[in-house]
Unconditional design. Structure first.
Length: 373
């Protein structure tokens, strides 16, 4: 850390280690920098400025801006440093107080927005190869060139089933220091992930525009470069999904909690590339997720509709919302075991004079109920 003792503002802004600490902080990096700041209190103000500049020209995992944009930012940094020098020779004002500095800060913001606009209009800015190259870590790549699914076992106990025509990159070991010991893999294509649980080390799947963060669960990611959509569907547990273009992506990645669009069993998110929009819904064919060791039976004899809906919720892990006050007295007699979830719902709703919709990954049932018949 001694090399930072004589760093200028501009040197901090473009330093890779400093940018990594600001944009992708790890516990180890944060402790190192905080200890350095305690030992060098005279650098706190400059570091604070550099942090704001780095945040204004994110993201860090994409290539640096083209020469024109970098030159513009460097000119702004030069103005900030010149202004600060003038202030120290006259009146000691806060660095952010002067009009010229406020204008410079606005220019930084516009430069950052311009960079983001430029990035969003680069069709390959977030592709698999560039994401892997940006890690600066030696990666292993496995491509499935066969006609059958290929199973990959990772050192942490996770198992990944890679579809034909798909490829994945991952480090030989997850305890490296360059990426903070994170469990990270990069996917192009489709794969099913069965992730070993480790709350202290979330597992990340980077699939072009989408980031999937999990603690320990099973799910499917589909992200082919030539398709219009990227999707993530959960089988068990919970996952958080967010776009790499999300302004809060760095914070969501570093948080210990699952933040973003959180999806549960039989739910999915679909990222529409053209509109940069994420849609949450149910998977096309929900499956039973109840882990009792035996297949559940859906046989009801004059049972209240609430008991039927509860059985479906427990079996499929999907919330079913309805007005219990007006529908609970509706009796159901049916054998639904061999039917799909949607067939079950069709029959139940027809029996009680109701209808249902799938909204935001849940089932919403509407009807007048038996009290009004």
């Amino acid at each position: 850390m001694d090399r930072y003792n004589d760093f200028s503002l501009g040197e901090f802004v473009w330093d890779k280690s400093f940018r990594s600490w600001v944009l992708n902080p790890t516990r180890e990096d944060d402790e190192t920098w905080q200890n350095w700041l305690v030992a060098h209190p005279e650098k706190r103000e400059m570091v604070a400025r550099a942090r704001q500049l780095v945040l204004a020209i994110r993201p860090s995992n994409s290539p640096l801006p083209n020469p024109e944009k970098r030159m513009a930012v460097e000119r702004i940094v030069e103005r900030l440093e010149t202004r600060n020098l003038e202030n120290t020779e006259t009146v000691h004002l806060p660095w952010y107080a002067g009009r010229a500095v406020r204008i410079a800060a606005m220019l930084v913001l516009f430069a950052g927005l311009g960079w983001l606009f430029w990035l969003r209009h680069q069709p390959k800015a977030l592709d698999y190869d560039q994401l892997v190259a940006a890690t600066n870590v030696e990666m292993r790549e496995i491509a499935n060139t066969t006609a059958q699914p290929l199973t990959i076992s990772l050192e942490d106990g996770s198992r990944i089933t890679l579809d034909p025509g798909s490829k994945m990159s991952y480090p030989a070991h997850f305890n490296g220091t360059k990426r903070g010991g994170r469990r990270e893999v990069f996917l192009s294509g489709k794969a099913f992930f069965d992730i070993a649980k480790d709350p202290s080390k979330p597992f990340f799947v980077y699939a072009n525009e989408l980031v999937t963060k999990v603690l320990g669960t099973s799910f499917t990611v589909r992200s082919f470069a030539d398709e219009r959509e990227v999707s993530v569907a959960v089988k068990t547990g919970k996952v958080a999904v967010f776009s790499r273009e999300d302004p809060d992506a760095t914070e969501k990645q570093s948080s210990r909690e699952l933040t973003g669009v959180v999806i549960e069993p039989n739910q999915q998110v679909v990222f529409i590339r053209k509109t940069v929009k994420i849609i949450k819904s149910l998977v096309p064919e929900p499956e039973v997720v109840e882990n009792t060791g035996t297949a559940p039976h859906f046989e009801f004899d004059d049972a209240p509709v609430s008991a039927v809906f509860n059985a479906l919720q427990n079996a499929y892990g999907i919330d079913i919302i309805y007005d219990k006050n007006i529908m609970d007295e509706c009796p159901i007699t049916a054998t639904l075991t061999e039917m799909s979830l949607y067939e079950k719902l069709d029959l139940i709703c027809k029996a009680v004079g109701a209808s249902y919709k799938s909204i935001d990954g849940r089932i919403v049932v509407e009807g007048k109920g038996c009290k009004n018949n």
